[in-house]
Design a protein around this ligand. Structure first.
Ligand SMILES: *Cc1c(COP(=O)(O)O)cnc(C)c1O
Length: 402
């Protein structure tokens, strides 16, 4: 992905910065479209993964809808000309202002997460003389086998309506005359790499659908959420998430009723691999047992390692050692001496660490370091803690070699 010219170009840019390869993004979107269209599945992009304008414009151009979790995300999607009728709005804490805004925009659907939220949307829709289209976000109690901070589909999580509440909710809906139930919504978590979790989800949805069928309640839309994981360890080997298997699982195991539409909300798997955080080595520092590489990027530019011990592949672009570790082993080419470093940022927090005992070629002050796979939940989570400057983004269109 990183051609020599790109690396040379990086040398003249002020670091740190987010680097996006827009061709990689397009290649990913093409694959998602072709795999999902096989089954007429509808895709919404989860804006929270990355709300960079360039990226949103490209995603929109692929006729993908939007999945929003705040009023400002709905607004952003509208501003970027996503069709309001392709916007879904989830979140456990939608405020009155956010709901009113989304009602005025006539979005496709509110994914509702509690009884009280239903009452409030009903009231606000009523005073606008509108009928709000809603889906119930049901907590299917399926384990996504991922990090506990990004697991959302268990009864102990704050998200969604639990099965044991469903009877009361459906009863209540009868009196909420400004709401129209148009679907069921599920989202079990993020960075899911064990695709069996999705099979479990399908089987659970089938059970839940039966519950509604028994009560003669027609469900037009089933939204299965997102969460498909990407390969952070080997971004060049596994460039795309396994969309083919992913969609096939839903085709094979989800019982789709006649006329029913199936929706997906993918965030990470669409944008993660097109982004890289580029940083420069400020200092090399010797510690007691380890050597530190101190970067000019920190948790303010990439929070995931500090927040949930997330792994990002770290490469020293200046030492031009592009071979992956496995290549090196297979070909037995020793390029330059190998060292182990703790790679850290400059922020005054011990959690500001990108990796411990990272194997890298001998590294020097001024070297350019790449933190890979940062297109999702990178730039959007940046902060100005320590009064850091807001970091810029640069773009290219190299793409993966075919
Ligand atoms: C975050 C989120 C998604 C997207 O999750 P990814 O892991 O990025 O695919 C989808 N739906 C809802 C409701 C979300 O909160």
């Amino acid at each position: 992905m990183f051609y020599r010219e790109t690396i040379q170009k990086f040398n003249s840019y002020p670091t740190p910065f987010y680097y996006y390869d827009l061709e990689v993004l397009k290649q990913t979107l093409q694959l998602v479209k072709s795999e999902s269209e096989k089954y007429n599945f509808i895709i919404h992009y989860a804006l929270k993964a990355n709300t960079n304008d360039e990226i949103l414009n490209i995603i929109k151009s692929f006729s993908i809808g939007a999945d929003c979790v705040s009023g400002n995300e709905v607004k952003k999607a509208i501003e970027c000309q996503f069709n309001a009728k392709d916007i879904v709005f989830a979140g456990v804490g939608k405020t009155d202002n956010e709901i009113n805004y989304a009602l005025e925009q006539n979005i496709f659907c509110f994914n509702c997460e509690s009884l009280q939220e239903l009452e409030v949307i009903n009231e606000l829709a009523f005073s606008k003389n509108k009928i709000a289209d809603i889906a119930l976000r049901i907590n299917p109690n399926v384990n996504a086998n991922t990090h506990k901070y990004i697991t959302t589909g268990l009864e102990e999580n704050k998200f969604g309506i639990n099965m044991w509440e469903l009877e009361a909710v459906v009863e209540k809906l009868k009196s909420l005359t400004s709401l129209k139930l148009i679907g069921l919504h599920f989202h079990i978590g993020s960075q899911i790499t064990d695709l069996n979790s999705y099979k479990s989800l399908c089987l659970k949805i089938n059970e839940i659908q039966n519950w509604f069928i028994q009560r003669n309640i027609k469900i037009e839309n089933v939204n299965v959420g997102g969460g498909l994981g990407v390969d952070y360890h080997n971004p060049d080997g596994y460039r795309f998430a396994d969309f083919k298997t992913y969609f096939k699982i839903f085709h094979d195991f989800l019982k789709i009723l006649p006329g029913q539409k199936v929706h997906f909300e993918l965030g990470r798997s669409l944008v993660a691999q097109c982004g890289t955080l580029i940083s420069r080595v400020v200092y090399i520092k010797k510690g007691m047992n380890t050597n530190f590489i101190i970067l000019d990027a920190g948790m303010t530019e990439l929070l995931r390692p500090a927040l949930y011990q997330a792994y990002h592949k770290i490469e020293n672009l200046s030492r031009q050692q592009q071979e992956s570790e496995t290549d090196r082993k297979q070909e037995k080419v020793q390029v330059s001496p190998i060292f182990k470093y703790d790679v850290v940022g400059p922020i005054c927090e011990s959690a500001d660490c990108f990796g411990k005992a990272v194997i890298l070629p001998e590294t020097f002050r001024g070297d350019i370091i790449a933190l890979r796979t940062t297109g999702a939940y990178g730039e959007v989570m940046s902060s100005r803690y320590n009064l850091r400057e807001q970091v810029k983004a640069f773009y290219s269109s190299n793409g993966y070699e075919k």
